[in-house]
Design a protein around this ligand. Structure first.
Ligand code: HEM
Length: 426
């Protein structure tokens, strides 16, 4: 379907075949995000992306960047891609070889960083070390929220100079706060770190000082990476909320999930995140998968733009056209989800009972909560927790749903949902 959004010709893709054509067959043609003037203002010219640090959620990358991206070199801050060893991660590479895996602590620091700003009680503290939210984190959080709110409009349209001025002000505010925090960190590092806990920014600054990086991380890139990681909570948090809401509204699903969790953790007396793997949960991952299907946080994924003319399912697609994959429609299409696509039914993924074998890792084009291809979500690995079942668990989401089963037992679901959601994402 061809739409005009304002003056932007936009191709909307709503079938599995068309999604495969765009995201797999012509992956390199559509590997770029549109960068209109408003988005350019908000993202400082899309800089976070051009340097291949952590791909910017709504920022474009030149296609050659993706062509050159090494196939097996995940970024030091990103966990490996669960299928394909990180091949989709655009990465900064050392000259003459792939990036060695960082010590485990670095990955943990990065993961914690993503969630830490939500709650000082947890030990995340992404940018503030052990001082938690004491100094600049609250203003930073506010500033980054403004960035997140400005992004969807900026990626879709240009509404003129006033919108651009707003975006520049929003960007400058967040960058100014980040500059202050970076200076504090550098000062601390110069003084030997004072034995404080290493956080995400420490990791980034250390990577920056690695002179062998072929694509250097400059300060603007670091600021963009941090902004991007915060953006990840815009998808994780609603997924959690929907998982809770569906559990509350579907007592049978709740009963089965709760029974599984109680049973698995009976020996421990309480739910423990560090025991998730050995708990061998099988039903709860299906609850999360069904939540991602029915409430996919980015219903049109993130727009891409064609770099050269091509043919998609026999149709000529001109260069420069914006493409949006309608994941929302795919998720509700009776061809792929027979019978009751609107119903919340985790059992539909029970392969042993004849259910769908589709998963959300980008190979099944009817289920694309994390997208697919070169621009697939690089944060998926942050959310995944490799379970012992054949399906991956969604780590952050999973841990919260598990924890909620405990709280729900006390009949406190709503209070938990409202008060505790962000605080317990990890
Ligand atoms: C439930 C959790 C999440 C969902 C459902 C999700 C979904 C998505 C989707 C659909 C895309 C666009 C993919 C495409 O166009 O093919 C995307 C891109 C992206 N996501 Fe996520 N995401 C999640 C969590 C995260 C987290 C935790 C992070 C960061 C730590 C993150 C960072 C990014 C980035 C940087 C991009 C842009 C990739 C690019 O443009 O190349 N996401 N995400």
């Amino acid at each position: 379907m061809l739409l005009r959004i304002g003056e932007v010709p936009t191709l909307v893709v709503s079938s599995r075949e068309a999604a495969r054509a765009v995201m797999k067959t012509h992956d390199t043609v559509f590997a770029t995000r549109p960068l209109r003037p408003t988005m350019r203002a908000l993202t400082n010219g899309g800089r976070g992306d051009h340097h291949g640090a952590l791909r910017g959620p709504l920022a474009p990358a030149p296609p050659d960047h993706h062509h050159q991206a090494p196939q097996h070199a995940p970024h030091p801050l990103l966990p490996r891609h669960p299928r394909g060893g990180g091949r989709r991660h655009a990465a900064s590479v050392r000259r003459g070889g792939g990036v060695p895996r960082p010590p485990r602590g670095h990955a943990r620091a990065a993961v914690r960083a993503h969630h830490g700003h939500h709650d000082a009680r947890r030990d995340g503290r992404p940018l503030q070390g052990p001082r938690g939210l004491a100094a600049g984190a609250r203003p930073l959080h506010r500033a980054l929220c403004r960035v997140q709110h400005a992004r969807p409009l900026a990626v879709l349209s240009d509404r003129g100079p006033a919108q651009r001025r707003d975006c520049i002000e929003i960007r400058d505010t967040s960058f100014r706060i980040l500059d202050g925090i970076i200076e504090e960190h550098l000062e601390r590092m110069r003084n030997g770190g004072g034995g404080e806990v290493e956080d995400l920014l420490d990791v980034l600054l250390k990577v920056q000082q690695d002179r062998e990086l072929a694509t250097p991380l400059d300060r603007d890139v670091i600021k963009s990476v941090i902004t991007d990681i915060f953006a990840g909570s815009e998808t994780t948090a609603p997924t959690l909320e929907w998982a809770m809401a569906e559990l509350v509204q579907n007592p049978k699903v709740m009963e089965r999930a709760t029974a599984e969790v109680r049973n698995a953790f009976a020996a421990h007396g309480s739910v423990r995140e560090d025991k998730l793997e050995e708990a061998k949960l099988r039903y709860l991952p299906l609850v999360i998968q069904e939540t991602l299907r029915l409430h996919t946080p980015l219903p049109f994924l993130i727009p891409q733009v064609g770099q050269e003319p091509c043919r998609v399912l026999g149709y000529d697609v001109p260069q420069g056209i914006t493409v949006m994959v309608n994941a929302w429609a795919l998720d509700r299409d009776k061809r792929y989800w027979p019978g009751d696509p609107d119903a919340f039914r985790p059992e539909r993924f029970e392969a042993a009972a004849g259910g769908s074998a589709a998963d959300f890792k980008g190979a099944d084009f009817e289920l694309l909560p994390f997208g697919s291809g070169r621009r697939m979500c690089p944060g998926m690995g942050f959310c995944l927790h490799k379970g012992t079942s054949s399906r991956p668990l969604c780590g952050a989401v999973h841990a919260t749903v598990v924890a909620s089963a405990r709280v729900l037992r006390r009949g406190n679901a709503v209070a938990y949902g409202i008060v505790g959601m962000d605080a317990t994402m990890l």
